[in-house]
Design a protein around this ligand. Structure first.
Ligand SMILES: *Cc1c(COP(=O)(O)O)cnc(C)c1O
Length: 378
């Protein structure tokens, strides 16, 4: 056999993973094995995954267009509903042009692969998402990973006009945000391009939910490349990359995961369009979510665990050891609460954690149940 499929090493280290069998899930509830749990593990931060507006838009598009896009965008897949969604995204974020991808993973691969050659450098925050790290490893560019949010470390390693700096808006496993005004300054001073992956900020932060840049007083056009996903706060799936028209036209020609992949199904594009329209008017949901975050942080402040400094929907409680993290998640599950136990290699060794996520779909009573259960489990 040419491959070694053994998982014994992973199992011995307590790091073997398996896919949990979920029956149904939404922003608030999770059903599995005949039981119902409160869901504190997903990314449906505004509770839109089951919104009637999204369901209706998706059903209507399935009738109007069919359920599949039939082809990749450059062949015959790019239809009226896709262009309508692109126009709405441009209007929302003030971007000149955007393009749609089936996933954030493939969007990040396309950008890095299309732009960077071996003469370039890619500077990445050490905690950037696996899709960005992997794109960097697969690219011939020189890779520089700087310490998390450490602008002095980044500045010390920058070279003039040599490539692309990329960071996340909100870090997916820590919930903190990058210092964008400083990133913008460093990129401009050094003549390098700057890219944001705002998977977890879009919809949640900023005026009209425009994301982390807006929250920090910057226009989305302060970066050269704005990447966002539809599978988190927008409640659907897919992603976009936006920026100048020249950038988007270049990626139409050289973004391989865009060119050689079937376009988003029209019902998905229609659901995302409905989601963007809702998100722009969802100040009440964002305010409710912020209140839940404050309630949660105050409620667990006295616990003997490190709560990471996060003001977003992602509220990680660092346990440290893998086994203790799994045991805590199991104890919460016994009480009807589903949380994500995140272990290395997703997070650094010794920092296994419960990745607790809050959603505007939760009530104050839901969050109080979680706080009480954490106190009784520890
Ligand atoms: C989820 C996520 C992605 C990947 O997006 P998908 O659409 O789920 O493939 C990329 N970057 C970050 C920061 C993410 O959290």
């Amino acid at each position: 056999m040419p491959f070694n499929l053994s998982l014994a090493g992973r199992a011995a280290a307590g790091l073997k993973r398996s896919v949990p069998a979920i029956d149904r899930v939404n922003g608030r509830w999770l059903h599995a094995g005949g039981e119902q749990y409160l869901n504190f593990a997903g990314n449906d931060y505004l509770g839109l995954s089951r919104a009637p507006e999204l369901q209706a838009a998706s059903e209507q598009a399935a009738r109007d267009y069919g359920v599949g896009a039939v082809a990749s965008p450059l062949v015959v897949g790019h239809q009226a509903i896709h262009r309508e969604l692109e126009a709405e995204l441009c209007d929302w974020l003030g971007l000149e042009a955007v393009m749609l991808f089936s996933s954030g993973f493939s969007a990040n691969q396309a950008v890095v692969k299309a732009l960077l050659g071996k003469e370039h450098t890619l500077w990445q925050d050490r905690l950037n998402h696996a899709s960005l790290q992997e794109a960097g490893l697969l690219s011939p560019a020189r890779l520089v990973r700087f310490a998390h949010n450490d602008m002095a470390a980044l500045e010390g390693r920058l070279r003039p006009s040599a490539g692309l700096i990329v960071s996340e808006g909100v870090f997916s496993m820590d919930g903190d945000t990058a210092p964008w005004p400083e990133l913008v300054k460093l990129a401009r001073q050094s003549g390098n391009w700057l890219m944001i992956d705002d998977a977890h900020g879009l919809g949640v932060l900023g005026n009209e939910g425009r994301g982390t840049l807006d929250e920090q007083g910057l226009a989305p056009t302060s970066v050269n490349i704005f990447m966002g996903t539809f599978g988190k706060a927008l409640g659907v799936s897919g992603a976009f990359v936006g920026g100048s028209r020249a950038l988007v036209e270049y990626l139409h020609n050289f973004g391989r995961s865009y060119i050689y992949s079937t376009h988003l199904p029209p019902p998905q594009a229609a659901a995302v369009l409905a989601a963007v329209r809702l998100v722009r008017r969802a100040d009440d949901k964002r305010a409710h979510l912020r209140n839940l975050v404050s309630q949660f942080r105050a409620g667990v402040a006295a616990l003997p665990l490190q709560l990471l400094p996060s003001a977003t929907a992602i509220q990680p409680l660092v346990v440290g050891e893998e086994a203790a993290t799994l045991a805590l998640a199991a104890a919460l599950k016994q009480q009807g609460l589903w949380t994500g136990a995140i272990r290395p290699p997703t997070v650094p060794k010794g920092s296994a954690r419960l990745r607790i996520t809050l959603s505007a779909a939760h009530t104050e009573a839901d969050v109080q149940r979680l706080i009480d259960a954490l106190h009784s489990a520890l």
